[in-house]
Write a protein that binds this ligand. Structure first.
Ligand code: KG4
Ligand code: ZN
Length: 369
């Protein structure tokens, strides 16, 4: 019988708690603080801490209720140890330690990035009895049908990286952003355009109304020889376009739509270019997974799928047959892309290399090992 995990994540601006049983999500509650942070144009750590403190008990009680379980049914507690905002992480960790002691349960500290990675393996409760066949947009996910080695592409507000996975629990970071994360770049350009916070979803909507070829952005780091990424140069380009449009009195709605489309394309084109490079040098890959807040973006998904397809076709022309599935594995719902606790529970349930411990501290800069 799979273990039942109550998981908590307070790494940034969402107070999140979930219950998972094995890879099945029984409940997944996220109390967003977006409205509180809007006036600051980003997440304000002490405001986040206070809101987590106010919300956490209610969120945990609600997730147990939605899972139709009581503490007697919980086998394990999992909590995000890092990376994240120190004051925010602290709230979830102290609560998890308190509950583990009260209910005499093992406690697992979890890496938030590993959570984003394994989020693609989560299954919804309703579909477990009759698991649907794989489809191109959302393949049926489970560890048993995963073809390792896998490449995970994590694209969020705090991280953008390529991670090679030889098996669950064994990770090698192949490349990462040397400055802003992709979501952060979208949010910063959104702030320049006064689109509110977070701007990623707004840019996705505006991009649909614009022409993505109107503004010409460069492709960063083409000669770097590695898999690292950089988005701050693209952001500077966007700022210059906005300033010029403003000076010329042409910063109208259509210009903002076109700029959103062009900038979004530039950010995703850069990720696809580096992905292609990784694929070319890792012909043994079985699958590509996508996780993180920006993974909710349909254009990013489509561009990544196109990159994988082209790679497989190019290799086929050279008579090289790849083990690579042409499907891009993505989380089954958008809620699992952004910060949530179900993905933290997945790590405790699926990574047999993890050990429980009641003694650990927050690690705001925790790296994947
Ligand atoms: O994973 P996440 O919730 O938090 C971090 O761990 O960073 O990611 C948040 C980021 C924000 O930058 C937000 O603008 C971006 O994900 N985002 C999107 C979309 N939804 C969220 N970016 C582009 N398109 C979206 N649909
Ligand atoms: Zn995250």
């Amino acid at each position: 019988m799979s273990k039942t995990v109550l998981a908590i994540d307070t790494s940034c601006d969402e107070t999140a708690a979930a219950v998972v049983r094995g890879d099945v999500v029984l409940s997944n509650v996220v109390a967003s603080q977006v409205e509180l942070h809007k006036p600051y144009g980003g997440v304000f750590p002490t405001v986040a801490k206070q809101a987590h403190k106010e919300n956490i008990d209610r969120v945990i009680a609600l997730t147990l209720k939605r899972a139709q379980l009581t503490w007697n049914n919980i086998d394990t507690i999992a909590v995000t140890q890092g990376p994240g905002l120190a004051p925010a992480l602290e709230v979830g960790i102290s609560k998890a330690k308190e509950l583990a002691e009260l209910h005499q349960l093992p406690l697992y500290p979890v890496n938030h990035i590993e959570g984003h990675i394994l989020s693609v393996l989560a299954k919804p409760k309703s579909k477990t009895a009759t698991a649907s066949p794989a489809t191109s947009s959302s393949p049926d996910s489970s560890t048993s049908d995963s073809r390792f080695p896998v490449l995970s592409v994590i694209v969020s507000g705090g991280h953008t990286e390529f991670v090679l996975i030889s098996e669950i629990g064994s990770y090698q970071r192949l490349g990462w952003t040397i400055d802003d994360a992709a979501g952060e770049a979208l949010d910063k350009v959104g702030r320049i355009l006064d689109l509110g916070y977070p701007a990623g979803p707004v840019i996705e909507q505006f991009a649909k109304l614009g022409n993505d070829r109107t503004y010409d952005f460069p492709l960063p780091m083409t000669t770097s020889g590695d898999y690292n990424l950089s988005f701050s140069g693209l952001k500077t380009f966007a700022r210059r376009f906005v300033e010029q449009l403003d000076t010329d009195g042409k910063l109208n709605k259509q210009a903002i739509y076109d700029l959103s489309a062009s900038f979004q394309r530039a950010v995703f084109r850069h990720i696809c270019h580096k992905l292609n490079k990784v694929l070319l040098n890792h012909l043994d890959l079985g699958e590509v997974w996508l996780g993180g807040g920006v993974a909710a973006n349909a254009t990013l998904r489509a561009m990544l799928r196109q990159t994988i397809k082209k790679h497989v076709e190019t290799m086929a022309k050279k008579e090289i047959t790849l083990p690579l599935s042409q499907q891009l594995r993505v989380p089954y719902s958008k809620k699992l892309c952004g910060d949530n606790a179900a993905m933290i529970g997945m790590v405790a349930a699926l990574n047999s290399k993890l050990d429980p411990t009641p003694h650990f501290d927050r690690q705001p800069n925790l790296k994947l090992s």
